[in-house]
Design a protein around this ligand. Structure first.
Ligand code: GCW
Length: 716
């Protein structure tokens, strides 16, 4: 009787994982592997043989013990020599004589590369995780653990990996008051008031998580920067964080406010050619390096959306960037200068302005300057064509900036897997040097032979227990890191790894969830901004639909600027007959995007103004197609909900319930988007809804009357 009861309890426990989870452990959960499989893995992890320790190698060792201990139920014993089959040998040729003795081909792996190989040591079978640099060994450990976490075989391993991109960095838009611009995951992680004295354990977990996906840099403060971040009082706090991150291979960078010399030291100017200003920055940089010897450098938003910059003194972006670069160069630091510039004084199409300002400066930047370019020419929309600067500045290193925090894609509640968006940009072909000149090859430097390369992600991380505000937004952090390591990787494969590590390897869960994630990006495009529309979000906070909005002082902040709908049609004419933004792309791309008959449907209204009765490839009129897409987007969210509803058996209750509730919010908001946009555009197009299509739930006046003074994440 008792045995039967116990069996029953066990069966129930197996159906739903009993252990409470809140998402804090991210994809590094290391939950026990089922007995049979664990049994098969154990012979590959009998001993851990690590040589001399350094802080980074200690972190690698600790992670390995923690991971194997969790996954296999018991950590391998630490040993000074390989005395039996199944040892894991870890280290670099310098730290471990065993590794040195194996004469592995570690040369060429660089500081961060690693190899994992099945070898024989002293007559015993072993797995070696070897690298040239300590941090490579740490990356190798995370990779080895991933093999177990995703249930890959451990026999006959021969893995050799090296990052393809040098600077793999998160940009935190975190303010000193701990608010986060466009942050939807709680307050800033950085406890400025208690730093440098209190080092929250969470800082270490943040570093571990980043290192596990290869992220090697973090910009601590908002690009809309205050000068105070560069004051000694805050530098010592940044230095304390840098110290925590250092063993994990993560360098600290800071956003620099261009006018800091005026604000911090009372200088009368911040003209980059003024010797006094130049000296100020040199001194400031020297001071920073005294506190943070491996400081990475500055990120700068200048002459953009009201930020100060070199143009205030009639100087160019290159003058400004080069001044900072000169101060950083002796220490090995870099400048990431943002190309996100546009001006309302400039009557031209906002999508053209960054190119117009920066292309003439190609070749004028110092070697330690890299331009940080958003993935598209406007601003992190659900869909944009790739930024025309990619491929257009061959003499200048360009890094891409993606936004992980979903400012324009439903905040933290909408399930949108951004891996699909990142992949779309990275695979886009610029045709700069003929076919195959992808954005990925601009970013990894191979297209024009640049050694300074980078990828930045605007962080979606805050102090919420689950880090990112929702369980599924963790995947966007994860996918960003993996793609920064290798921009050629597949978003789908990355999603599969993430699902396996974060939830379960059960194919009955993995397959539908990966499909759902991959479809989720197209869904949000459809219910917010289908067919190449953009920027229809509520003004300022960007929460919800407001295609009618024309209230902001700057034309190019208002939705009506972007969709240009009137009785005749809709869309922004960027072809030769309009703003001719297409001309900024290489000829074959321009020819395709600029031709109404060849432009992909996804970019139709981005590049063309099209009459409402225009016949689409689908056979529908443009108006009918627009309604169809909006409706389809909502249907996709309903489908996601159905999928998720069938998966409760595979997920712990806490995480299951959160996603269930958030998908509910997403459905309501997708419906709101659809209904409000259809109500608005119908009033302009003056056409009936296609037969059988459900009309909007409310009148346009109702949607227009909604206001959200407390929407989260607003800029200060
Ligand atoms: O998307 C916009 C945001 C601003 C942000 C700006 C930028 C940091 O609405 O909040 O400012 O982009 O990228 O500089």
């Amino acid at each position: 009787m008792l045995a039967a009861l116990a069996a029953l309890l066990l069966a129930v426990a197996c159906v739903r994982p009993a252990r409470a989870e809140d998402g804090y452990d991210l994809w590094l959960r290391y939950r026990p592997i089922a007995a049979a499989q664990a049994q098969a893995y154990r012979p590959f992890a009998t001993q851990l043989v690590a040589g001399r320790s350094t802080p980074t190698l200690a972190a690698a060792r600790d992670e390995l013990l923690r991971g194997l201990g969790g996954l296999l139920g018991a950590a391998p014993s630490s040993s000074g020599a390989v005395t039996r089959d199944g040892a894991v040998v870890l280290g670099t040729p310098t730290s471990s004589s065993l590794v040195a003795g194996l004469h592995l081909d570690t040369a060429g792996l660089g500081r961060e590369g690693y190899l994992i190989r099945s070898v024989r040591v002293d007559g015993h079978a072993a797995t070696v995780i070897a690298a040239n640099g300590d941090v490579g060994a740490l990356y190798g450990v995370f990779r080895f653990l991933r093999l177990l976490q995703t249930r890959q075989p451990l026999a006959h391993l021969d893995i050799r990996e090296q990052p393809k991109v040098q600077v793999r960095i998160l940009d935190h838009w975190d303010n000193l008051d701990r608010s986060v611009e466009r942050g939807y995951a709680g307050q800033s992680l950085w406890g400025w008031p208690t730093l440098p004295d209190y080092l929250a354990p969470r800082y270490t977990d943040y570093a571990r998580a980043n290192a596990s996906v290869g992220i090697n840099g973090t910009v601590l403060n908002n690009v809309n920067a205050v000068a105070l971040s560069l004051d000694e009082r805050y530098l010592v706090k940044a230095a304390a964080l840098a110290k925590v991150f250092r063993p994990y291979g993560i360098r600290v960078y800071l956003s620099a406010r261009f006018s800091a010399p005026i604000e911090l030291s009372g200088l009368h100017s911040t003209d980059p050619l003024d010797p006094q200003v130049r000296r100020w920055w040199r001194d400031k940089v020297d001071e920073i390096y005294r506190l943070i010897p491996d400081f990475g450098g500055f990120l700068v938003k200048a002459n953009s959306e009201g930020q100060p910059g070199p143009q205030d003194y009639g100087r160019s972006h290159a003058d400004g960037a080069n001044m900072l670069a000169d101060a950083l160069a002796p220490h090995g630091g870099i400048v990431m200068w943002r190309a996100f510039v546009y001006s309302d004084k400039q009557p031209d199409d906002r999508a053209k302005q960054a190119y117009q300002e920066f292309v003439p400066l190609d070749g004028k930047f110092r070697g330690n300057v890299i331009l940080q370019v958003k993935n598209g020419p406007i601003d992190f929309q659900p869909r944009e064509p790739f930024h025309p600067l990619f491929g257009a500045m061959p003499k200048t290193p360009l890094m891409v900036e993606f936004q992980l925090t979903k400012e324009y894609l439903g905040f933290a509640t909408h399930l949108v897997y951004l891996g699909a968006l990142f992949e779309e940009t990275l695979r886009a072909d610029t045709w700069a040097h003929g076919k195959g000149s992808t954005v990925a090859r601009v970013i990894d430097g191979s297209l024009d032979g640049h050694r300074l390369t980078g990828m930045a992600g605007v962080a979606n991380i805050g102090s919420d227990r689950n880090w990112t505000g929702s369980q599924f937004d963790q995947a966007n952090w994860y996918a960003f890191g993996r793609l920064a390591w290798d921009p050629q990787q597949s978003a789908r494969a990355i999603a599969a790894d993430w699902v396996r590590m974060t939830y379960t390897n059960d194919p009955r869960f993995v397959a539908p969830v990966v499909d759902m994630m991959m479809a989720s990006r197209e869904a949000v495009v459809d219910y917010m901004t289908p067919l190449g529309l953009a920027h229809l979000m509520g003004a300022g906070h960007h929460y919800g639909p407001a295609p009618w909005d024309d209230s902001l002082p700057r034309a190019d902040w208002n939705p009506v600027y972007y969709h240009r709908a009137d009785a005749q049609g809709i869309g922004f004419d960027r072809s030769a007959s309009g703003s001719n933004a297409v001309a900024q792309y290489a000829a074959p791309v321009a020819a395709q995007f600029g031709d109404l008959t060849r432009v992909p449907d996804e970019y139709l209204l981005w590049f063309h103004r099209v009459p409402w009765d225009y016949r689409m490839r689908s056979g529908r009129t443009l108006w009918d197609e627009l309604v169809h897409r909006y409706t389809h987007g909502v249907d996709e969210v309903k489908r996601m909900r159905r999928t998720w509803r069938g998966l409760s058996a595979y997920v712990d209750k806490e995480r299951y319930d959160e996603t269930t509730a958030f998908l509910g919010i997403q459905q309501q908001e997708a419906q709101w988007w659809r209904d409000a946009c259809i109500a608005y555009f119908q009033g302009i197009a003056r056409r009936p809804l296609p037969a059988g299509v459900e009309p909007p739930a409310h009148t346009l006046t109702y949607y227009e009357s909604l206001s959200f003074p407390y929407a989260p994440g607003q800029a200060k």
